[in-house]
Ligand binder design. Structure first.
Ligand SMILES: Nc1nc2c(ncn2[C@@H]2O[C@H](COP(=O)(O)OP(=O)(O)OP(=O)(O)O)[C@@H](O)[C@H]2O)c(=O)[nH]1
Length: 368
């Protein structure tokens, strides 16, 4: 808006200044001519100055009057031409009519401000014509009617334009609101999806993979190991005498113990290993590219870390322990379900033999 006003003012003022050429042809180097040139110079200079001010500081909403000021200056210039060149009144009437229409069309959305400037031009011009151009009543009426017509046409054109622009503005805002609403909804849905994914994939108590998610990830790892022809190991880990922890200190302590065991186990594994909570106090670990010997070392390490876990105050007389059943897949036909079953059976051998131990699946060893 600032830029448009600035350009319009500069163009209008330049055209106003260029009329000095016709002034010279009409008046020659007379006193009136010099007065006219001086007046035009003042008007053009003021307009250029205002154009500069508008482009720098002329906020259209806060300083609307600044945008209207050049209109008043140009109107004053047009009014002042009449006493200096009264014999060319007819061409000045045309200029006044064109200027009135231009005022309405060049400054949008400021109907009151523009109407006042245009009325000032029309009334001032008519008064000046009556006072200085020596016109009869018919000519006065003709000029008045022309100016009234220019004002009415300009006023209604701007009024309609303003209405349309307002409607467009409202629609634009509605559209923006809807878009904002839509973006909010999308973000909300994404957050919900993320929450759902977390619920489906992460165990709420320990933060480990849920059984379903573990199965999915372990299946992928097993297939990859089989494809690359590298060994794949699987642990089933069960906390020993966990029921008595719950019975002695309550479920909240039991929960705390579970989350601590999950934490140390997860920390003791490689980033490529996958650990999940299989249910209750049972955990499962998939170790790709891990031989039976390496798996046993890792399982012993887990067992040791759990045994070293510092317990809560009041639980000090108790030491934690886990039993781990390890199964290893070497053949390309081994499937995850049967591997888990074997590790589970091995775990129960360990439980039967006194707990707090790592037991390797014999069946697998023999197959090897
Ligand atoms: N606090 C807590 N307890 C759980 C949770 N899930 C299962 N349990 C309890 O874990 C206990 C498991 O008991 P059992 O299956 O008898 O096993 P155990 O006492 O560890 O005995 P062994 O495995 O034979 O050494 C049960 O009392 C369950 O209620 C849980 O999320 N939080």
């Amino acid at each position: 808006m600032r830029f448009e006003t600035c350009i319009s003012v500069i163009v209008a003022a330049s055209i106003f200044g260029m009329f000095s050429i016709t002034d010279y042809h009409l008046l020659g180097t007379t006193r009136e001519y010099y007065l006219l040139v001086a007046m035009r110079f003042v008007v053009v200079s003021l307009c250029f100055l205002l154009a500069f001010v508008i482009v720098r500081w002329g906020s259209y909403t806060r300083h609307a009057w600044l945008h209207a000021l050049p209109l008043w200056i140009l109107a004053t210039g047009i009014i002042l031409i009449v006493p200096l060149r009264p014999e060319s009144l007819s061409s000045q009437v045309t200029a006044a009519v064109v200027a009135t229409m231009a005022f309405y069309l060049l400054i949008p959305n400021l109907l009151t401000v523009v109407t006042l400037a245009s009325l000032y031009l029309s009334i001032g011009f008519l008064t000046s014509a009556v006072l200085f151009a020596d016109i009869d009543s018919v000519a006065t009426l003709r000029i008045a009617l022309l100016l009234i017509m220019a004002n009415i046409v300009g006023f209604f054109a701007l009024w309609r334009l303003e209405g349309l622009q307002r409607k467009q503005f409202v629609l634009l805002h509605e559209e923006r609101d809807q878009n904002r609403q839509l973006l909010k909804e999308i973000a909300h849905r994404k957050a919900l999806e993320e929450q759902l994914r977390m619920v489906a994939e992460r165990d709420a108590l320990t933060g480990l993979n849920t059984r379903g998610h573990f199965m999915k990830r372990a299946q992928g790892l097993l297939q990859r190991s089989q494809h690359e022809k590298v060994p794949f190991s699987l642990f089933m880990i069960d906390v020993d005498h966990f029921k008595s922890i719950n019975d002695t200190w309550g479920h909240s302590h039991g929960d705390w113990v579970l989350s601590k065991i999950a934490e140390v186990c997860a920390q003791a594994l490689r980033p490529t290993d996958v650990i999940g909570r299989f249910g209750g106090e049972e955990f499962v670990v998939a170790l790709p590219n891990t031989s039976a010997e390496d798996a046993q070392i890792v399982a012993e390490r887990l067992k040791k870390r759990v045994a070293e876990l510092p317990l809560k105050e009041g639980m000090s007389e108790r030491r934690l322990s886990v039993t781990i059943g390890v199964a290893v897949a070497h053949t390309e036909t081994a499937d995850l379900e049967s591997l888990i079953k074997r590790a589970d059976q091995t775990l129960y051998v360990g439980k039967r033999d006194g707990r707090n131990r790592v037991v390797m699946c014999r069946e697998r060893m023999e197959e090897e």
